[in-house]
Design a protein around this ligand. Structure first.
Ligand code: AMP
Ligand code: ZN
Length: 267
């Protein structure tokens, strides 16, 4: 099966989306989200793009340029938001935050998820599509296992839903597609993407996990994915209800959501 057939199959099997829904594709400027947008558009879904400006200098500027060019080429509407404009702080200000041992990538992740959910709701989107791929999924699953994280279930699935009315369902159409295949496909189509690694990334636990995964065979990786999906299904049933953040009103497992916790800490 080629990438298009595999993505179509995943959409059907996991009921990721349908043609009546408005889908907001989260565009970073990288290959994964570009290919996600390209495929969903090609398959005829009602698609719009969203980009969150993180305020990471030249890197962010180049990412935005790539996203704009992609949306022009695919003829999709693009919504752009800026962390600085809406919170008064850039991600670089937030990185300086020393209270917790959180990596820069984790901090950006918290901010992106918060913005995506809130803005998708305001834009009346039914689903948010991200570019997370097979390798990302395995890394997340292993990282949560290694860390004994209670979020074991939350990212190990092609579709994430909760009963919370303010939570916008997130879908990952490339969940079963390996990194290499996406890279080749993106290259073949010559989609506009910014290829540089974020200069603020550093050596994260994710990178270590990625290196660990390189030692596994393709079959072992597929088995790991199978088990991760089985486990996610079981854990889902026991999941604690998600409530609302006391400060911003967004869905949150704790009284104060991760984003408000970050912004309220001394920066
Ligand atoms: P990452 O966490 O950077 O690996 O990104 C995972 C997915 O989140 C990407 O494939 C995009 O769909 C989405 N994403 C990442 N960065 C942004 C951004 N700045 N704006 C909108 N979506 C993003
Ligand atoms: Zn909050």
């Amino acid at each position: 099966m080629n990438i298009e057939q595999k993505v179509k199959q995943a959409i059907k099997k996991y009921q990721l989306c349908n043609k009546k829904e408005k889908i907001l594709v989260a565009l970073s400027g990288g290959k994964d989200s570009a290919v996600t947008a390209y495929l969903l558009k090609k398959f005829g879904y009602d698609l719009e793009g969203i980009h969150i400006g993180l305020g990471l200098g030249e890197y962010s500027k180049r990412c935005l340029d790539a996203v704009k060019e992609l949306c022009e080429r695919l003829q999709i509407n693009l919504h752009i938001y800026s962390v600085k404009k809406e919170t008064g702080k850039t991600m670089r200000d937030i990185f300086k935050h020393k209270d917790k041992k959180l990596s820069n990538c984790t901090l950006c992740g918290v901010m992106k998820k918060w913005f995506l959910n809130k803005k998708a709701r305001e834009l009346k989107a039914d689903k948010i599509a991200t570019g997370h791929n097979f390798d990302d999924g395995l890394e997340t699953f292993l990282m949560n296992l290694f860390k004994g994280s209670s979020e074991l279930n939350s990212n190990s699935a092609p579709i994430l839903k909760t009963k919370n009315k303010k939570f916008i369902v997130r879908i990952k159409p490339l969940f079963f597609i390996e990194n290499e295949e996406i890279k080749n496909y993106c290259k073949k189509l010559n989609l506009p993407v910014y290829k540089k690694i974020c200069p603020y990334r550093g050596e994260t636990y994710r990178v270590e996990t990625r290196n660990f995964l390189k030692n596994l065979s393709s079959e072992e990786k597929k088995n790991l994915m199978k088990n991760s999906l089985k486990l996610a299904k079981k854990i889902k049933k026991e999941e604690k209800e998600i409530d609302y953040c006391e400060i911003c009103g967004e869905p949150s497992r704790k009284n104060i959501c991760k984003k408000c916790d970050l912004l309220n800490s001394k920066l």
